[in-house]
Ligand binder design. Structure first.
Ligand SMILES: [Zn+2]
Length: 95
């Protein structure tokens, strides 16, 4: 016999520990009482985002960081190109 339990993950907002619990907790019972406890005994409430929400936020932040880095790289490349043009123009003026 195989037993499969769907696990939901939470992050404790106090100590940051990640822990899982059967999904039934979120569907009925404990979760509905409004308060959850992390293994270290910190209480937190229903509205706290699940790990997948935090994961999405992290991915979005990561993506924004990549875009910013890309922009910086492009700006640097443009800078180098412009410097080359300026050097060429200066040489031409000296002649
Ligand atoms: Zn905790």
């Amino acid at each position: 016999m195989q037993l499969s339990i769907e696990i939901t993950w939470w992050v404790c907002p106090v100590c940051g520990i990640t822990y899982g619990g059967p999904k039934v907790f979120t569907d009925n019972g404990r979760w509905e009482m409004g308060t959850m406890y992390c293994p270290n005994g910190h209480a937190f409430h229903k509205g706290w985002p699940h790990v997948d929400v935090l994961q999405t936020q992290l991915e979005n932040a990561e993506q924004r960081r990549c875009t910013a880095e890309e922009t910086t790289r492009m700006a640097e490349a443009t800078n180098v190109a412009l410097r080359g043009v300026i050097t060429k123009l200066k040489r031409r003026l000296k002649k």
